[in-house]
Structure formats: C-alpha cells, structure tokens
Design a protein. Structure first.
Length: 265
C-alpha cells in the first residue's frame, strides 16, 4: 500500500468534456502528468487542439458541440474507433447565465440545463459500453477489482444559495449532484462508480469577470482565504480515479476551501 500504486492512473483512458479551458484544462493536465491517456472534447475546437499541443502527445482532441445530439453520438463513435475501453469519464462541460430575476429569459434555462444536466446523462449513457468494458470485476478475497469511474463537476452553487442571480446554473448543478447519486445506484451494479466534485471558485473563463470585480470579497468569505488551484481539483479527480477512490460511490466532495460551511452572521 504505497502512494505510487494507491493513487496511480497510469495508462488509464480518460475523457474530459470541456477539457481545453478552465477547470477542465486543470483536470486534463493532472491526468496527463500522471500517465493517463486523455481525450479532450468541447465545441471550441481551437481550445481543444491548443490544450493537446501544450499538454503533449498523450492528449487527443475530439471536438463536439454537446448541444447537438448528433455531435454527442459522433464523439463516442470516434472514441470507440480509437479505444476499446474508457476508464474515466469526467463530465465537466458547462455554461452559465447571469441576469436579474425580472429579466431572466426563458431560453437561458434551455441552454444551461441542456449542457449542465441533460447532456451529462446523454454522454454518460453513450459511454456506458466503453466504461463497462474498462471495469475490472473483483474476485472476492483476492481482489476488489477496479471499477470504471464517472466524475461529475458540480458546484457549491448547487449546495447553497448563490449571491449572484444565476438561477438556471444553480438549479442545474443541484440537479447534477442528485443525478450523480442516481447514476451511482444504477451503474454501481455494473461496476461503474459515479461521484461529484462541487467546486468553489477557481480561475476560469466562467469566473473571470466575477473574480475581477469581487476577488478580495470572495477570498475573505472562504475559511482558507484563497481560491482553488489546478492541484486542488486535479488531485481530487486523481483520488477518485485511482485505487484510493475505488470504494467511493455516490459522494459529493466539496473542493471549495470550506466556503459552504463558513458561518454567516
């Protein structure tokens, strides 16, 4: 029981949606640095290609627009041509929409819930045969096996009431957390675990404007007095994807410096 084997993801095949930017990029880099073969997918083809070039040859881009069901199918078809197994699926792609309550548009709900919730189910469902192929069953006392893993990137906004007017986003992330638990129940029986990381504030395109305006205030509200780093979120993903996290199923892990438990007067 040593660190080199307990937390190893070497040679595992990983798909990270939205893996070219922000938190997704941080996760992709963490897996690549530890010997996994990573596929990055999002509708931003240039970001995917750039990330793969910078990460090195064991990262591969398969651009896809997840708003389009046909693109979701094409992504998994292309992945299936290249790989017989998928050890880890990281559902990270997401969108946000901030606007006042009185002016919040109807189409924002369709856009945000489609990508943040609906397509998580779609892509997971399509990838399930590849995940099942990667799952190694246990054989009683000799071995516990090695389940395939689904890691869903949620948000602390799905656990607490956000100060910002992001109604669809917070609802979608709360739904994602529960969907992950439902998947854990159904897919655990097929030797696939499903867990959620509820992220606090990190450097990302989605958070850029908020951090520009409110960084000091946000950091002051977090017990650890800082925002998240690449090592924080990538480390949690590596734990869940390795032998160390093989018995974790249906959990929501907050990676937020303690923001959700910070006392408010």
């Amino acid at each position: 029981m040593d660190v080199s084997t307990l937390f190893s993801v070497k040679d595992k095949v990983v798909l990270v949606t939205g893996g070219g930017k922000g938190i997704g990029r941080m996760i992709s880099e963490g897996f690549v640095a530890n010997g996994a073969k990573v596929y990055i997918s999002s509708r931003d083809a240039k970001a995917c290609e750039k990330a793969c070039e910078e990460l090195n040859a064991i990262a591969h881009a398969i651009p896809a627009d997840f708003y389009k069901l046909e693109d979701c199918k094409r992504l998994v078809e292309e992945l299936s041509k290249r790989e017989k197994k998928l050890h880890v699926l990281v559902n990270n792609s997401g969108s946000n929409w901030g606007e006042s309550y009185d002016g919040y548009p109807d189409h924002a709900w369709t856009r945000v819930l489609t990508l943040n919730l609906h397509r998580v189910f779609t892509i997971t469902q399509l990838c399930t045969p590849l995940l099942e192929a990667a799952a190694v069953p246990g054989d009683g006392a000799k071995s516990v096996g090695d389940p395939a893993r689904i890691i869903n990137i949620g948000s602390v906004d799905g656990l607490t009431v956000p100060a910002l007017e992001t109604f669809a986003y917070s609802a979608s992330k709360a739904g994602l957390h529960h969907l992950s638990e439902v998947l854990a129940h159904h897919l655990g029986k097929r030797n696939i675990t499903s867990n959620t990381i509820a992220c606090g504030p990190f450097e990302s395109k989605m958070m850029a404007e908020t951090l520009k305006r409110m960084r000091a205030q946000i950091e002051a509200s977090i017990p650890l007095r800082r925002i998240g780093t690449a090592e924080d979120v990538a480390g949690c993903c590596l734990f869940l994807a390795s032998r160390a996290g093989a018995y974790v199923n249906g959990a929501t892990i907050t990676v937020d410096g303690g923001s959700v438990i910070s006392a408010k007067l």
